[in-house]
Design a protein around this ligand. Structure first.
Ligand code: NAP
Length: 295
């Protein structure tokens, strides 16, 4: 029985009527340690996905290089046949080395294979949204033309294998170049209450109606730690993770959240953040964390 929750309202992506709840789910944590191999507890991984969809999450972020292949296979196992309104967003542009490293993979053949791998492992005829993930310097972007790889993905979109394109780990200059090639509906960069390098970029994307989907919304592999975050959380009888997510939801209406977790308890806790209203003084205290981390 479905228990639909308030998931922060919804956002309509540019280009058509694709609409998602602002609180989504990021599936990277479902693979094994180091995003490699099978999960420690496969049943728990399936349970997290089913609980998310059961309460109304209709935006799941993934990639075939998580595992590799493992995360997509778990999504298929847990959710196929997919609910009609579910939007699965995947990314291409990287591959995993045998030593578990993350390597660029943006040649024509690598991109075509990656799209077909995603289609096969997710059990789909077309991918809802594919983000071109540039490796940059790891978690931050570096300048350079993306025309070649993006043109290949635009061809795959024209062939009907991809419905929409997005970008990940890129700069405003790269977005402008991309928009001369194809429509971009969403962007995934590192951003959270501590890491706010994209503040101006995010505001520009809001003006353009493009979704901004922060990765590492909770700090990623080392979850956020801040005494200011703890103090606000205590004052609101919430957890620091809920406050970090609520701050993002209040930061801008084009922010869509994909917090990652391998635990049903954490998933429930995170989704409850959509009900948290941060008073102005709390927002001011949280804004100061980002300012002090820039000094
Ligand atoms: N485009 C990109 O380059 C890129 C890069 C990284 C990630 N992503 C996407 O973004 C999503 C989110 O990023 P992420 O999962 O790496 O990082 P995250 O959402 O910032 O944080 C995940 C970490 O926080 C822990 N956590 C989650 N909820 C918690 C809670 N309520 N209390 C305490 N700890 C909690 C998780 O551990 P537990 O499993 O124990 O809950 C995990 O260690 C990913 O799943 C992936 O889909 C994209």
């Amino acid at each position: 029985m479905t228990k639909q929750m308030n998931l922060g309202g919804s956002f309509t992506l540019p280009g058509d009527s694709t609409r998602v709840n602002r609180m989504g789910y990021g599936a990277m944590q479902l693979a094994g340690p180091g995003v490699w191999g099978p999960p420690r507890d496969p049943e728990a991984a399936v349970a997290v996905l089913r609980e998310a969809v059961n309460v109304g999450v209709n935006h799941i972020d993934t990639s075939d290089f998580y595992g590799p292949h493992v995360t997509n296979q778990i999504i298929r196992q847990a959710l196929y046949p997919y609910p009609e309104n579910l939007v699965i967003v995947t990314k291409v542009g990287a591959r995993r080395g045998a030593d578990k490293s993350w390597l660029p993979a943006i040649s024509r053949q690598e991109l075509i294979s990656a799209v077909h791998d995603n289609l096969r492992n997710l059990g789909l005829d077309a991918l809802d949204i594919v983000n071109l993930r540039l490796m940059g310097d790891g978690h931050g972007p570096t300048e350079g033309s993306l025309a070649e790889p993006l043109t290949i993905l635009a061809e795959l979109k024209q062939q009907g294998l991809i419905r929409h394109l997005g970008l990940s780990n890129i700069t405003p200059t790269q977005l402008a170049e991309a928009q001369t090639i194809t429509e971009i509906v969403c962007l995934q960069n590192l951003y959270n209450v501590v890491h706010r390098e994209d503040d101006a970029f995010l505001d520009d994307l809001a003006r353009q109606g493009i979704a901004y989907v922060p990765f590492f919304p909770l700090g990623g592999f080392s979850p956020l730690q801040s005494s200011a975050l703890d103090a606000v959380a205590a004052s609101l009888q919430a957890t620091p993770m809920q406050v970090a997510l609520a701050w993002l939801l209040q930061r801008s209406p084009n922010i869509l959240l994909i917090p990652g977790t391998s635990s049903v308890a954490h998933l429930r806790e995170n989704l409850q953040a959509a009900r948290l209203q941060l008073p102005a003084e709390a927002v001011a205290d949280l804004d100061a964390i980002g300012r002090s981390s820039k000094q």
